[in-house]
Design a protein around this ligand. Structure first.
Ligand code: GLU
Length: 565
């Protein structure tokens, strides 16, 4: 052997990379792939560098693939490789009708009122999966036509959030760049006799509609309508004095679908981007329909809450004779215990109640990232839910289960003692412990502690109480103790005592570091942890018997954010 060609080597590496990505929901770990290849093909050890480079390259390539494709390819190589991967249980998203490779255009259309939250991630990710499956185009369309509800920072934060989610955006469109386009199409609708300018009191107009009656302006001639639209555009009307209305069917059984507002005036607040240059604003249904057509959307995925909007928008498509995109409406999601409402959060940040958009009590994408919830876990979660039309309640436990599959194999283990109590140890001169950084990866090494007299450690208040009560305890990887009424007396270091029912406690050395873990409920767990190397900053670790946490800083004290159990 030993004569494997580079191309074959890349093939082997690719195979293990695909399998590794299948195991971890789409993202391959090149180091794990390297280990696996060298373990299974020892003759390649002399070419470890080449294998490592190929693994890096393959990981990049595979990461850009939709998860379904990864599963398909792994299954094609060998169905046995699919065992224990996430492909097994996963629901594969249904194919989209009318989708042709290279021709699919889809969009994510958030309002820039703040950064993205968990609720947004479903549609953002579903679109991404389909665009990747069909090698289509992903448009991020910022729908900023309600000047009242814009946070100028959102124009920057939303693309950052999408990037963090692993979403590839091909084109960004900002609706406030397109006012003239909307005015133009309003004029065209007037020409078709499908729009009028109404100067009734809003309530009067609405009431008439409910009774299937036309307001006095509905029959105006296109000339009259044009003159009134010009007056709106040249500021001859103030806010609420006139609106452009799109005609539908006043007899439509669903009152929400009867005539809807296309353009309105807002002159009380400037627009963060366009200032006071434009005061006539399109309403969502109007700008969405026109843009969906002009941008060539082939498939639109949206929540069921948009069903009436779809019906309204279809009128505009029909009037112009435009081909409609395929529309899909997924069920609503209630996200319990998450603070999502952008306006509430925005106010809370201003008042100082929240530290920022990434405050870990919030349901924002930023807060998830800060806590150590991985983007892949969020993606797996939504792929699992799929395009279901039934309403669901977001299951945090499922998200955590997906996340654990990703963080557990890589998170280093450390001791963190909350509610720390000092415990003196007697009967021995010196103590030494070696605990693996990761129980499944001995190659990662150990945390080595040497305790010199006077021997003292910290254990939690609960563990100390248990020790006193039972009279025995084993300090993990350190020693066994007997309670003498005041202190722990050394009784050896045989971990078999655990079989005899002795309880295990974790501990922190007295030269450990202060550690604060911010919990998602806003509380803070304070204690002492063993020292962490600086390379743990930004990573998720497991504080044994406490849970996973993302480390923000390791010095002068450890600050961390709780991820999950
Ligand atoms: N800006 C709208 C929203 O986020 C657009 C959604 C859509 O048209 O599907 O709700």
């Amino acid at each position: 052997m030993g004569g494997m060609m580079s191309a074959d080597l890349r093939e082997v590496v690719k195979k293990y990379t695909l399998q590794n990505a299948a195991l971890f929901g789409g993202k391959a770990n090149p180091k794990a792939v390297l280990g696996k290849v060298l373990a299974e093909q020892p003759e390649l050890r002399s070419r470890a560098k080449e294998v490592a480079a190929a693994a890096e390259e393959a990981a990049r390539e595979v990461q850009a693939m939709p998860f379904d494709d990864i599963c398909r390819m792994v299954g094609d190589i060998d169905p046995n490789l699919l065992k224990k991967t996430k492909c097994e249980k996963k629901h594969v998203l249904p194919d989209l009708p009318g989708a042709e490779e290279g021709k699919v255009v889809m969009r994510f259309a958030p309002g820039p009122s703040g950064p993205l939250h968990l609720g947004h991630t479903r549609v953002a990710i579903l679109n991404d999966e389909y665009v990747k499956r069909y090698k289509g185009k992903y448009i991020n369309r910022l729908e900023d036509t309600n000047p009242d509800k814009i946070d100028p920072d959102a124009y920057k934060m939303i693309p950052e959030d999408l990037e963090w989610l692993g979403i590839h955006v091909d084109e960004t469109v900002i609706q406030s760049d397109r006012f003239e386009i909307y005015y133009d199409y309003a004029g065209k609708l007037i020409d078709l006799g499908k729009a009028y300018v109404c100067t009734c009191q809003a309530d009067t107009w609405r009431k008439l509609k409910e009774e299937s009656k036309a307001c006095p302006h509905r029959d105006q001639s296109p000339e009259e309508a044009h003159a009134l639209l010009d007056k709106m555009l040249s500021r001859g009307f103030r806010e609420e004095e006139a609106v452009l209305v799109v005609k539908t069917d006043l007899k439509h059984p669903n009152p929400a679908v009867r005539d809807f507002i296309g353009l309105r005036i807002v002159d009380s607040v400037p627009h963060p981007r366009t200032g006071t240059e434009y005061t006539v604003y399109p309403m969502m249904n109007f700008s969405v329909a026109i843009d969906d057509h002009l941008l060539g959307l082939t498939h639109v995925i949206r929540g069921k809450d948009h069903l009436n909007n779809t019906l309204r928008q279809e009128y505009i498509f029909d009037y112009f004779g435009w081909k409609k995109p395929w529309y899909f409406h997924y069920g609503l999601v209630r996200i319990p215990e998450a603070i999502l409402k952008t306006s509430t959060v925005g106010k809370g940040i201003k008042s100082g109640e929240y530290s920022g958009w990434d405050d870990v009590r919030l349901g924002t994408v930023r807060a998830m990232a800060k806590r150590g919830i991985s983007a892949e876990a969020i993606r797996s979660y939504w792929l699992d839910v799929g395009m279901k039309e039934v309403d669901i309640e977001f299951a945090w436990d499922n998200l955590y289960a997906f996340n654990k599959q990703i963080i557990d194999p890589v998170a280093d283990r450390y001791y963190f003692v909350w509610d720390p109590q000092e415990l003196e140890i007697v009967g021995v001169d010196k103590l030494e412990s070696r605990s693996p950084l990761h129980p499944d990866h001995p190659e990662k090494g150990v945390r080595h502690h040497v305790l010199a007299p006077p021997l003292k450690v910290y254990i939690t208040g609960d563990d100390l109480a248990g020790f006193r009560e039972r009279g025995t305890v084993r300090l993990k990887d350190l020693c066994n103790l007997r309670w003498d009424g005041e202190r722990g007396v050394y009784t050896g270091n045989d971990h078999n005592v655990l079989r005899e029912g002795v309880k295990i406690a974790h501990w922190a050395p007295v030269d450990g570091v202060e550690c604060e873990v911010m919990m998602p409920d806003g509380t803070v767990k304070k204690g002492i942890a063993e020292k962490l190397p600086s390379q743990e900053e930004g990573k998720v670790v497991q504080f044994e018997r406490f849970g996973f946490a993302r480390i923000e800083t390791v010095a002068p004290m450890i600050r961390a954010y709780f991820t999950q159990n």
